[in-house]
Design a protein around this ligand. Structure first.
Ligand SMILES: [Zn+2]
Length: 703
C-alpha cells in the first residue's frame, strides 16, 4: 500500500555535534556508493549509529547541490537547473530509503529515537527548498520559456511538474501570504496529530465491553472467548471477558454474539468514537481542520480543498469524482437493500420481532454467508502454501512478461527470514532485485506494503537497476506445517507484487516522473494482479495441496468465485458513503464553517444512504482524511478498481488472460512509462479507450 516518499529538497542543518571521528565517517556505508552485488544496501555493515551522521551529511550535500544551482550566474536552462535539481539529494535518498524501510519493518527503540530527531530535520529541509525563492525564480524562468527551449516532451513534462510542485506549495505567493500558509500548515499538522491521538484514546482506552455472565458469550467461537478472557486477565478483570474496539475483537463479536443488546452496545462504542463530548472529542478538531484547509485552498487560488487535491489526480476535478461516486452509489444501493431484506427474512424466521439495525449487519450477514456459500476457509488453506502462492505469482509474471525469478543467497539482508531474488528479462539480462519479507514480528508495523531501497532510474546515461522490497504480515509456519495462507493473504501477496512489478519495470529518464503516478492511479498496477490470483485458470497453476500436490478441485474454485460476490452491496455502499462524506467536507469554500453532526447527517441523506448502514468511517473517526494523507482522496481505491477491472476484462475479452500483445502494451504504457504523461492518457494508450465501469460492477455483482 505504501510507497516511499520522494524527497525533493535540501537545506543545511548543522546538528552535527562536536567533531566526528574521521575514521568512523569513512567507514559509514552511506557515505559512498554501495560496493555490494547489484548495489543493494550493505545491511551487514550498517550500524544504528551510522544513520544520524549520514542524514546530517546527506542534507548538507543536498544543500550545496542546490546552492550550486542557485549561485550559477548564467541564464537558467534545463541542463544547469532542472537536471541537476532532479538528480540532487542522492546521499540523502540513499540513507532515507534504508532508514525508513527499516523503521517500518525491523525497528527498535533506538531507531525510533533517531526517527524522532530526523523527522523535523527533514521537514524543515523540505520547507526550505520549496520556499527557496532563488531556486523557484530559475525554475519559473525555464517554465515560462519551456516551449522555446528546444526541449523534448519528457523534459517539458519534468519542467511543468517541478513548477507545479513549487506553485502548489506556495512559491508564487507574496511574502505575507507565504507566512499565512506556513501558519496554516503548522496548525494543520498539530490538529491532525491531535485528531489521531484522540482517536487512539477513544479506540483503546475509553471503551471496553466487560462481560461477567458466561451466557452473554453465547454464539462466540472458542478462540474469540479465550482471547477475551486473556484480555480481561491482563487488565485486572480476572475471571471475566473483555472486548475492545480493535477490529480482531469487535468484528467477531458483531458476527457471532447472540446477545443483541451487547452487539448494539459495542457497535455504539465503535461508531460514537470521538463524538462523546469528553476530553477526546474530535468535533471541534475536525471543524477547524475543514476551515483551515478551505482557507489554504483559497490562498493557493483554488475554489476549495478538493479542487486543490484532485487537480493533481487522474480525475482532475471534484465534480468528476462526485458524478463517479454517485453513479456507483446508484448501482450498489439496490444490492445492499436486497442483502438487507434477505437478512431480515432470516431474523423474522427466527422469531425476532424487530427491524434490523446497523449493529445487526455482521451477525445476519454471517448467517447468510453460511446459508448461501458454505465456504470454510480451513478447507482452502492447504492449497495455498506460501511457497506455492509465491511461485504462482512468479509464474504469472513469467507468462505475462517473460521475466524470471532466481533465488539468491549471497546478498546482505536486514533480518534472517528475508528472501532475495534476482529478476531477469526473458533474454537473461538483469532487471532488478526483489526482497521478500513475509511474517509478523514485534519490530514490524502491521499490514503489507511494497517499497524500494533503490528506484529504477538513469545516471550519466547509465541505467540504475531497482532494488524492490515487499513486506507482509502473513500466517507463519508452525511445527512441520508450512505457512498456509488464507485467500485474503493470497490476494495481498499478488497485490504487493503488482506494486513491485511497477517498480521493477519503471523506465523514466527523470526522477521526478519515472514511475511517479497520481494518487488515484497508484493502486492500478497492484489491484490488477489480484484478478490473476483469483482466476480459475491461474488457481489451477499454483493452488496445489501442500502435502499431496493435488490441484485445487473445481468445486472449491466455484466456491471462491461465488463467495467473491458476498455482501458486496454493503461493502461498496459503506465505502462510497465515506468517500462522499470526505468529498463533501472538502468541497466547502472558505470560510467553511461546519457542525459535523448535522453536516454528516445531511450529506448521507443526500447520498441516499439507508439507516441500516453507516459510512465506513463517520466524521469523528475518519482518520484517513483528518489525520492521514487521504483528504479528498478516499475515493482513489475504487477509482483504481474501475481501471483494474477494466484492464483485466480487456485481457479476458481477448480470449487469453496472458495475451502477450496486451501484456506488452500494459507493461510499456501503464507500468514502465506510467509517469511519462497524465494517468488517463497512459491508460488509454494501453486500452485504446476510456475505462468502463461495467467490469467492476459485474465483478461485485452490482450489475
Ligand atoms: Zn496497494
Amino acid at each position: 500500500m505504501k510507497k516511499s516518499i520522494l524527497l525533493l529538497t535540501v537545506i543545511t542543518i548543522t546538528l552535527m555535534t562536536a567533531c566526528k571521528n574521521e575514521k568512523k565517517l569513512k567507514d559509514n556505508p552511506f557515505f559512498a556508493e554501495y560496493s555490494t552485488p547489484f548495489q543493494v544496501p550493505p545491511f551487514d555493515k550498517i550500524d544504528t549509529t551510522d544513520y544520524l551522521p549520514a542524514f546530517t551529511e546527506g542534507i548538507k550535500q543536498h544543500d550545496s547541490e542546490v546552492a550550486a544551482i542557485t549561485n550559477n550566474t548564467s541564464e537558467p536552462t534545463f541542463d544547469n537547473t532542472i537536471l541537476p535539481f532532479d538528480k540532487s539529494g542522492k546521499m540523502l535518498k540513499r540513507v532515507s530509503k534504508v532508514f525508513f524501510n527499516i523503521t517500518e519493518s525491523n525497528t527498535n527503540d533506538q531507531l525510533q529515537g533517531i526517527a524522532a530527531k530526523v523527522s523535523p530535520m527533514l521537514s524543515k529541509h523540505n520547507d526550505d527548498i520549496s520556499m527557496n525563492s532563488k531556486l523557484f525564480a530559475r525554475i519559473k524562468t525555464i517554465y515560462e520559456r519551456r516551449k522555446d527551449l528546444k526541449l523534448d516532451a519528457q523534459q517539458i513534462r519534468v519542467v511543468e511538474k517541478y513548477y507545479r510542485d513549487f506553485e502548489r506549495q506556495g512559491a508564487n505567493l507574496t511574502n505575507d501570504q507565504q507566512d499565512q500558509l506556513r501558519k496554516i500548515n503548522e496548525e494543520l499538522s498539530g490538529l491532525s496529530l491531535k485528531f489521531g491521538d484522540n482517536l487512539l484514546a477513544e479506540t483503546n482506552k475509553n471503551f471496553k465491553l466487560v462481560i461477567d455472565n458466561k451466557a452473554d458469550l453465547d454464539g462466540l467461537p472458542e478462540g474469540v472467548i479465550s482471547a477475551a478472557a486473556e484480555a480481561a486477565d491482563k487488565g485486572g478483570n480476572k475471571g471475566k471477558w473483555v472486548f475492545t474496539l480493535a477490529k480482531p475483537s469487535l468484528i467477531p463479536f458483531l458476527q457471532y454474539a447472540k446477545n443483541r443488546e451487547l452487539r448494539e452496545k459495542i457497535y455504539r462504542g465503535y461508531f460514537m468514537r470521538g463524538d462523546n463530548g469528553n476530553a477526546n472529542d474530535n468535533n471541534s478538531t475536525l471543524t477547524e481542520i475543514v476551515r483551515l484547509r478551505a482557507e489554504k485552498a483559497r490562498l493557493l487560488g483554488f475554489e476549495n480543498y478538493a479542487a486543490y487535491v484532485i487537480d493533481d489526480n487522474m480525475a482532475k476535478t471534484p465534480s468528476t469524482v462526485d458524478a463517479f461516486l454517485n453513479k456507483l452509489m446508484v448501482a450498489s444501493l439496490p444490492v445492499a437493500k436486497a442483502e438487507l431484506s434477505e437478512m431480515q427474512k432470516i431474523a423474522d424466521s427466527e422469531g425476532g420481532k424487530f427491524k434490523l439495525q446497523s449493529w445487526d449487519w455482521w451477525y445476519y450477514s454471517e448467517k447468510l454467508h453460511k446459508l448461501k456459500y458454505d465456504l470454510d476457509e480451513n478447507e482452502l488453506k492447504p492449497y495455498f502454501s506460501l511457497e506455492n502462492v509465491r511461485n504462482g505469482m512468479f509464474a504469472v509474471a513469467g507468462k505475462l512478461y517473460g521475466i524470471t525469478f532466481t533465488k539468491v543467497t549471497n546478498l546482505p539482508i536486514y533480518q534472517k527470514d528475508v528472501e532475495t531474488f534476482e529478476v531477469k528479462e526473458a533474454d537473461g539480462s538483469h532487471l532488478g532485485i526483489l526482497y521478500l519479507d513475509y511474517f509478523p514480528r514485534e519490530s514490524k508495523s502491521g499490514g503489507a506494503w511494497c517499497t524500494d531501497f533503490q528506484s529504477a532510474g538513469w545516471e550519466n546515461g547509465k541505467k540504475v537497476d531497482p532494488v524492490i522490497s515487499m513486506v507482509c504480515n502473513f500466517t507463519p509456519p508452525t511445527g512441520d506445517m508450512p505457512a498456509l495462507l488464507n485467500f485474503d493473504e493470497t490476494s495481498t501477496l499478488f497485490h504487493e507484487f503488482g506494486h513491485a512489478l511497477h517498480g521493477l519495470f519503471s523506465l523514466g529518464q527523470y526522477n521526478r516522473t519515472a514511475g511517479n503516478v497520481p494518487q488515484d492511479y497508484v493502486e492500478l498496477p497492484s489491484q490488477v494482479m489480484e484478478n490473476w490470483a483469483a482466476d480459475p485458470q491461474v488457481l489451477k497453476m499454483y493452488a496445489k495441496h501442500y502435502k499431496t500436490g493435488e490441484v485445487i478441485p473445481d468445486k472449491l474454485i466455484a466456491k471462491i468465485e461465488k463467495s467473491g460476490l458476498f455482501n458486496q452491496g454493503f461493502v461498496t455502499v459503506e465505502y462510497l458513503a465515506a468517500s462522499i462524506l470526505d468529498l463533501d467536507y472538502h468541497e466547502l469554500a472558505s470560510p467553511a464553517k461546519v457542525e459535523p453532526e448535522t453536516f454528516e447527517k445531511e450529506a448521507m441523506a443526500k447520498a441516499g444512504l439507508i439507516p441500516e448502514i453507516l459510512p465506513r468511517y463517520r466524521s469523528t473517526y475518519f482518520a484517513h482524511i483528518f489525520s492521514g494523507g487521504y483528504a479528498a482522496g478516499y475515493y482513489v481505491y475504487i477509482w483504481a478498481a474501475v481501471l483494474d477491472a477494466d484492464a483485466f476484462d480487456y485481457f479476458k475479452q481477448s480470449g487469453d488472460i496472458f495475451n502477450p500483445e496486451l501484456a506488452a502494451k500494459f507493461r510499456k504504457n501503464c507500468l514502465a512509462e506510467s509517469g511519462d504523461d497524465e494517468g488517463m492518457i497512459q491508460y488509454k494508450k494501453f486500452r485504446g479507450q476510456e475505462p468502463s465501469m461495467d467490469p467492476l460492477l459485474k465483478r461485485r455483482g452490482l450489475k
